[in-house]
Ligand binder design. Structure first.
Ligand SMILES: [Zn+2]
Length: 196
């Protein structure tokens, strides 16, 4: 049978329409027991709960995966938790592949358009984008020189804007700086930062 889901850890059960939305029922190929409980990693099954997760629209039709999520009870402390679904962002109630797709669309299009194209609420697009931006930009540390030189210059018959690190000397910043007109004497340092 064709794998309609294309999620290796979930198996297709059946599908039906509900008010213009396609509901795809799926189940885990293997149940992943909840993490982070007691050292004695022992659980008992304790019923299931059907939960819906938003996925890619198919030919403009919104799609929700409906998964009977297995509930477990820890045999040591009695804590109850649900099976882990590696393909799903259970907090956002969305498949991880769809979340990644939304992240890309949120960069490409205005949020309202990304929401409309994907048939989701704008709030979800914003939230998904914010998390993505935080993760990517969290590691970004801009390296700025102590004194930043800026100038405009006519070079190779074109007006150009040049920028560079005054302290490091211009030679290190690139070939342009060998040009006589770009000698450090032509550079104007930024005004010093006021000290308190
Ligand atoms: Zn426990």
């Amino acid at each position: 049978m064709t794998d309609l889901l294309r999620l290796s850890r979930l198996a297709f059960v059946d599908s039906y329409e509900e008010g213009g939305t396609l509901i795809v029922r799926a189940k885990s190929v293997r149940h992943h027991e909840p993490y982070g409980c007691c050292l004695l990693f022992s659980f008992s099954k304790m019923g299931t709960k059907a939960v819906r997760y938003c996925d890619h629209a198919i030919q403009g039709q919104p799609v929700w995966l409906e998964i009977k999520r297995q509930r477990f009870r820890c045999n040591s402390c009695g804590k109850v938790g649900y099976e882990v679904l590696p393909d799903i962002d259970t907090e956002r109630r969305i498949t991880k592949r769809f979340r990644e797709h939304l992240q890309k669309d949120a960069i490409k299009y205005p949020f309202t358009m990304a929401a409309e194209i994907n048939g989701v609420h704008e709030t979800l697009v914003r939230r998904v984008f914010d998390e993505h931006a935080k993760r990517v930009l969290g590691k970004y540390k801009p390296m700025l020189p102590r004194v930043l030189g800026m100038d405009e210059i006519y070079l190779h018959k074109k007006p150009r804007f040049v920028i560079g690190d005054i302290d490091q000397g211009y030679e290190s910043t690139g070939a342009y700086f060998e040009h006589e007109a770009l000698h450090p004497s032509h550079w104007m340092p930024l005004p010093p930062t006021p000290t308190e």
